[in-house]
Write a protein that binds this ligand. Structure first.
Ligand code: NAG
Length: 153
C-alpha cells in the first residue's frame, strides 16, 4: 500500500489502525518494522550497506513471522535503489532469499504528490462536488505522473 499526503493528513495514523487490527500488541508489536528514510538511511554514500542491511532485516523478520508489517516513512526521501531492494519482496514469488513474503504487508508513506492531491480536492470543493467522488483512477493517474516527474516512487 502506498499512502500519499501532507504531514498531518493521517498517513501514520492509518498505518497504526492497520497494525492495531493485525497484531494483539498493535503498532507496538515486534512484527511491525518502521523505517524512516532520514533516520535509518540518511547517507547516500552508504547505499550498498543500506541495501544489504535492509534485505537481511526483511529476510530475518519474515523468517520470524511471515505476517510481518513493514512501514517505510518519508519514501520521497528514500534512495530509489533502496526501494529496488524491497521490490522483489512485494512480487508474487513464493520464495525470495529463502523466505515467503506473500503474507507480509508493505506500507509506503510519502509526501510526494501532496500538492496535487490538495489542489484536486480544492477543485472538487470549489465545484461543489464532494471529495468522496474523486475516483481512485483519477488519483492514481495523477500520482504516477507526479512520481514520474520527481523521479521517485
Ligand atoms: C527486524 O528488523 C529490525 C528493524 O526493523 C532489525 O533491527 C532486526 O534486526 C530485524 N530482525 C531480524 C531477525 O533480522
Amino acid at each position: 500500500m502506498s499512502f500519499h499526503g501532507w504531514t498531518g493528513s493521517g498517513k501514520n495514523f492509518l498505518s497504526r489502525i492497520i497494525a492495531n487490527n493485525i497484531y494483539k500488541k498493535g503498532a507496538k508489536s515486534q512484527y511491525v518494522n518502521t523505517f524512516v528514510a532520514t533516520t535509518h538511511f540518511p547517507h547516500k554514500e552508504y547505499l550498498a550497506t543500506y541495501q544489504d542491511q535492509l534485505r537481511s532485516w526483511i529476510v530475518g523478520n519474515l523468517s520470524n513471522c511471515p505476517h510481518a508489517l513493514f512501514i517505510f516513512d518519508e519514501v520521497d526521501k528514500l534512495p530509489v535503489k533502496l526501494l529496488d531492494t524491497v521490490k522483489p519482496f512485494m512480487d508474487h514469488y513464493s520464495n525470495i532469499h529463502g523466505v515467503d513474503p506473500r503474507k507480509s504487508v508493505f506500507i509506503f508513506l510519502s509526501n510526494a504528490g501532496s500538492e496535487e492531491i490538495a489542489r484536486r480536492a480544492w477543485e472538487y470543493y470549489d465545484a461543489g462536488k464532494p471529495r468522496e467522488s474523486i475516483t481512485l483512477k483519477e488519483m492514481e493517474e495523477m500520482l504516477s505522473l507526479e512520481a514520474f516527474n520527481q523521479g521517485g516512487v
